[in-house]
Design a protein around this ligand. Structure first.
Ligand code: XMP
Length: 333
């Protein structure tokens, strides 16, 4: 049976044996899988691991700071923070098509990561340079991309994957979570000392706010959306459902805010406003293939709406998305 302490010891021993005294690079996204992989590999080989955190400027509010505090701060791991927001936003300028935006973000991500990895690999100062690329691949990913083609025939949204990267970089692949299911990855993360808040987070798409700002991604839209979304998430975490004793964050599978590049009229004090609209989205699902919109309490929606409109100047209207999947998708793009 599953005894986490023993599992960690075995996994650590396996990683040490595999890697020896060579250096490892890992792409840290702030998501559960790469975070747990980083914590486990760091436990095994300490400073032989360098994490590369590519910040595309389309993350949640303060995400970059949190990732750095957690990994560079608390875990004392080597982390390179690449602030590539100007580069990503530059390439996205004038682009409105969702698939095009995904492609650009995916491509830039690979470019930036490759450049950083090449630098680390060439770094003579570190004696050898990296020989391994670590990824937080988990068992369901292995099954999905393996010989057994369980993939859908039609691709609704092209999720950018980083396949082929190790070959392109001339690195060996290290995937210590390959045998684990999501629940096990989460348990492992907690056992490794990662905060449960981080380990039990809702999923966040690779292209991030790039697909939650409808149409053209403008830096000022991203700033408004980050602030509005932070309020929504904060209130979901703070609001406990009396029937279950759980927070509405834990009662939903995914919840986020969408920025609509549409202006509507409002009134504030004696004045007329003409500002942007956001939509709140919260769903319950077991597999993300189908999903129901969550019946959040009106009192919660009211508090979120009031706070967003009062605290985020530039947004004067909040709506709630009551569409299920299918026929709507979870994300708006
Ligand atoms: P949809 O919108 O297709 O989303 O109902 C299903 C799940 O997939 C996530 N999603 C993405 N994840 N890259 C990702 O890494 C993407 O391009 C992408 N698009 C959607 C979405 O957040 C939800 O969990």
């Amino acid at each position: 049976d599953w005894i986490m302490g023993n599992y960690i010891e075995e996994a650590v021993a396996r990683i040490r044996e595999q890697v020896g005294d060579e250096e490892v690079i890992l792409g840290l996204s702030g998501g559960v899988d790469s975070s747990v992989a980083a914590a486990l590999i760091h436990r095994a080989i300490g400073d032989q691991l360098t994490c590369v955190f590519v910040d595309h400027g389309l993350l949640r509010l303060n995400e970059g700071k949190m990732v750095m505090e957690m990994f560079a701060g608390r875990l004392q791991a080597k982390v390179v923070h690449v602030d590539a927001s100007a580069q990503f936003l530059g390439h996205l300028q004038g682009v409105t098509d969702p698939e095009q935006k995904r492609k650009i973000i995916g491509r830039e991500f690979v470019e930036v990561f490759k450049a950083e990895a090449a630098k680390l690999k060439a770094a003579g100062a570190d004696v050898k340079g990296a020989k391994w690329l670590a990824q937080g691949t988990i068992y369901p990913d292995v099954v999905e991309s393996g010989g057994t083609k369980t993939k859908k025939a039609t691709t609704i949204k092209s999720h950018h994957n980083v396949g082929g990267l190790p070959e392109q970089l001339g690195l060996k692949l290290l995937e210590p979570l390959r045998e684990l299911f999501k629940d096990e990855v989460r348990e492992l993360g907690v056992a490794l000392g990662l905060p449960p808040d981080m380990v039990y987070r809702h999923p966040f798409p690779g292209p991030g706010l790039g697909v939650r700002i409808l149409g053209e991604v403008k830096p000022e839209f991203a700033l408004l959306l980050q602030r509005a979304d932070a309020i929504f998430i904060e209130e979901l975490r703070a609001t406990i459902d009396p029937a279950t004793g759980k927070s509405w964050y834990d009662l939903t599978s995914q919840a986020f805010t969408v920025f609509l590049p549409v202006k509507s009229v409002g009134v504030m004090g004696d004045g007329r406003t003409y500002d942007y609209v956001v939509a709140l989205r919260a769903v319950q699902t077991s597999d993300f293939m189908t999903a129901d919109w969550a019946e959040l309490p009106y009192s919660l929606l009211k508090r979120v709406s009031g706070r967003i409109i009062n605290e985020v100047r530039g947004i004067n209207r909040v709506t709630y998305d009551v569409s299920s999947k299918p026929p709507a998708t979870i994300e708006w793009e």
